[in-house]
Design a protein around this ligand. Structure first.
Ligand SMILES: [Zn+2]
Length: 499
């Protein structure tokens, strides 16, 4: 076992070093751009074979969407454990008050009840945010929702020690989320990283898991409810919305007209392409009449909220960062966000501003509000998916469906041939890497099929002939009301009819 682990570490270190040596300058510029969530630097590049698999899965999901009854399907319940990793008497998550990283303010009680309360509130937020994916997150019936870990060895989580930490503490068959006051990227230094995750296709090298800083935890700093769903999106296979073309030429950047969207950008077709770099004022994110307005405008573009007029930045305003040029135009010379825009909206001279028109005319602007948007945008515009802030959806239909699909294939015990982790030997050698099977609501007897036998159990429970375990109760509560009654029976009958 030891030998195997050593091999994995050497392989990871080799990958990181290789990545740096290959192109030092590019690497630095990527770090600057994505320091909040360095997933594409931490994960090994998608190999040709894995990319092909991912594209196939995306196509499959896209084809399913139209034939699917999304309203009448059962929920996939995923057990979660948060890990409160800290040194003795130092910066427990339960003591977090405010501030960031090493400068954060902390109490000293380490009151576990506060931790539990915060964890349950985060699940409540997540479950609203992920409702449309048919996924719900639940506490595990045998593990605490917030697990207390003191370990003097780690000052804080960093990309260099995260895998080791996960190997030590991951519970099998749950989504493991680690909390720390700070996350270091490839160095141990406390940097500006607010979260990180593993991709499903790198699980042969990395134990699965998510890390998030205290200050980015949902519900504590009210602007920060987008970071955890962002990381969970990666965990379930989503790439950043601007794609990975700036360091992976196998996945070229998107086209404004959407052609070949299945092979380009984020491989998702209902998220329009955008320049790649989300800063440099390519988005309007100002507050107007007490409301945050989030609109794509292109580099040096201009949005006027008084008259709702949008001028998309023109051809003279490329942004050069490191050795990459981020342009207002795609490889066809089309301006981002102008697909199907009426011709009268385009300027004759497009050097300064490409367009000039009322916002209503722009039907295909990049989505300013999306959990997988770049941090520069999402830190302003990410208050999404929870009724107290902005009840709108933080993911598109295709993104939601890919999340559900990944949860069902990549994380279902490696026995599904479409899973990245499919391996006959995993079941014998490495059950931990095999992850969770999840639970389907309605499948009270957990035989992987929702049928009349589950309804019989439910009726018997209502008649008080049997009692349910905590898990059985959760599975029987199909409509998530924390109450079991006839409405749950109706819902489960619907699952049977429609699936
Ligand atoms: Zn990310």
């Amino acid at each position: 076992m030891m030998i195997k682990k050593t091999h994995i570490y050497i392989f990871i270190i080799f990958n990181i070093l290789f990545c740096i040596n290959k192109n030092q300058i590019d690497y630095k510029s990527i770090i600057q751009k994505s320091s909040h969530c360095p997933i594409d630097i931490l994960s090994p590049a998608l190999t040709e074979n894995k990319l092909k698999k991912l594209i196939n899965k995306r196509n499959l999901v896209r084809n399913q969407i139209n034939n699917m009854n999304r309203e009448n399907r059962d929920f996939l319940l995923i057990p979660v454990v948060f890990h409160n990793l800290h040194r003795e008497n130092e910066r427990s998550f339960c003591d977090y008050i405010s501030g960031f990283g090493a400068n954060g303010n902390y109490g000293a009680e380490n009151n576990q009840e506060i931790c539990t309360e915060r964890a349950l509130y985060a699940l409540e937020i997540l479950n609203e945010q992920f409702l449309s994916s048919g996924i719900q997150f639940i506490p595990h019936t045998e593990h605490p929702i917030m697990r207390e870990i003191t370990n003097q060895e780690y000052n804080h989580i960093a990309s260099s020690n995260f895998n080791q930490i996960k190997q030590l503490y991951n519970f099998p068959n749950v989504l493991n989320i680690y909390l720390d006051y700070c996350i270091g990227s490839n160095t141990q230094e406390c940097g500006s990283v607010s979260g990180m995750s593993t991709y499903p296709w790198s699980l042969d090298l990395n134990a699965p898991g998510i890390a998030i800083t205290h200050s980015s935890f949902p519900g504590l700093n009210e602007n920060k409810i987008a970071i955890l769903p962002h990381e969970i999106g990666h965990y379930f296979s989503l790439l950043h919305i601007n794609g990975i073309w700036f360091f992976n030429p196998d996945v070229p950047r998107e086209l404004v007209n959407g052609d070949e969207c299945e092979l380009r950008g984020d491989l998702i077709c209902d998220t329009p392409g955008q320049p790649g770099y989300g800063g440099g004022n390519s988005f309007f994110t100002n507050i107007y009449n007490d409301e945050r307005i989030c609109i794509y405008q292109g580099f040096n573009g201009s949005y006027n909220p008084d008259i709702q007029n949008l001028q998309i930045g023109g051809s003279n305003h490329d942004q050069i960062i490191g050795s990459y040029t981020y342009s207002n135009q795609d490889d066809n010379g089309d301006f981002w966000g102008t697909y199907n825009l009426p011709s009268y909206c385009f300027n004759e001279n497009q050097e300064d501003f490409a367009t000039n028109c009322n916002i209503e005319n722009y039907e295909n602007l990049p989505h300013a509000i999306n959990f997988l948007q770049t941090v520069i945008v999402s830190q302003y515009c990410g208050r999404r998916g929870y009724h107290e802030y902005d009840p709108g959806e933080g993911y598109t239909t295709e993104q939601f469906e890919n999340i559900r699909y990944s949860a069902e294939t990549d994380y279902t015990g490696c026995i599904n041939e479409n899973s990245d982790n499919y391996s006959e030997t995993y079941l014998i050698n490495n059950l931990q890497t095999c992850l969770f099977s999840g639970y389907y609501s309605g499948d009270i007897n957990q035989d992987n099929i929702v049928d009349i036998s589950d309804i019989t159990l439910l009726i018997n429970y209502i008649w008080e002939l049997i009692i349910f375990s905590e898990l059985e109760f959760q599975l029987a509560d199909a409509n998530l009301t924390e109450n079991i009654n006839v409405a749950d029976i109706v819902m489960i009958i619907n699952y049977i009819i429609y699936n």
